[in-house]
Design a protein around this ligand. Structure first.
Ligand code: HEC
Length: 176
């Protein structure tokens, strides 16, 4: 019985931690694997710097463009055509397998990595290496803590439940 409970708790912990993987981590890892070859968030590479993309385009535009940029260029979408010409007519490859939610996660990740514009305009800005490297709590850490505390609460609930079951079993055994 004891081992069963431990096993139950362990598998619960495992599945909860998989489910609770914060969406931003997903955005970050997709970006690193599939976008970073051509895109930096704050610098133009083969493709444009993506900082602020959520402000210059609608989320629907971004989703359609990432899934199939050439479909948009060929259908004559003005922004898509202009961008295509500006970036030397290099077509961005399709990522048709990315879901809307996954692309939204990438955009959330871009928002967090984007440097605020004020920082670049600061009159006595020191080279980036000398800037203090602190981060305000982001959505990322909040969702991490929420996931963490939900997990702990869940574990406690299961433990209490298991104790109740045990008590009940004892009572039944006693009344026989
Ligand atoms: C092979 C290089 C390449 C890869 C890989 C790539 N892109 Fe692009 N991306 C481009 C180019 C080039 C453009 C400029 C538009 C054009 O030429 O069609 C662009 C444009 C964009 C734009 C429009 C930016 C704006 O300013 O409106 C977004 C958004 C974008 N890419 C997102 C992504 C995401 C997200 C991924 C990863 C899933 C990705 N790209 C992967 C090359 C790439």
């Amino acid at each position: 019985m004891k081992y069963k409970i431990i096993f139950l708790l362990f598998s619960l912990w495992l599945s909860a931690s998989i489910i609770a993987a914060p969406p931003l981590d997903e955005g970050k890892s997709i970006f690193a694997a599939r976008c970073a070859a051509c895109h930096n968030i704050n610098k133009n590479l083969t493709g444009p710097a993506l900082a602020g993309v959520d402000q210059r385009r609608s989320i629907d535009w971004i989703i359609s463009f990432v899934q199939s940029s050439q479909t948009m260029v060929k259908s004559g979408n003005k922004d898509a055509v202009a961008l295509f010409h500006k970036f030397n007519n290099i077509p961005m490859p399709d990522h048709a397998d990315l879901s809307d939610a996954q692309i939204k996660n990438i955009v959330e990740y871009i928002k967090i990595e984007a440097k605020p514009v004020e920082e670049e305009k600061a009159p006595f800005a020191t080279p980036s290496k000398l800037r203090p490297n602190y981060n305000l709590p982001t959505l990322h850490s909040y969702s991490f803590f929420i996931a963490f505390f939900t997990l702990v609460a869940l574990l406690i609930a299961v433990l209490l439940f298991a104790v109740r079951v045990k008590e009940y079993e004892r009572k039944m055994a006693g009344s026989e």
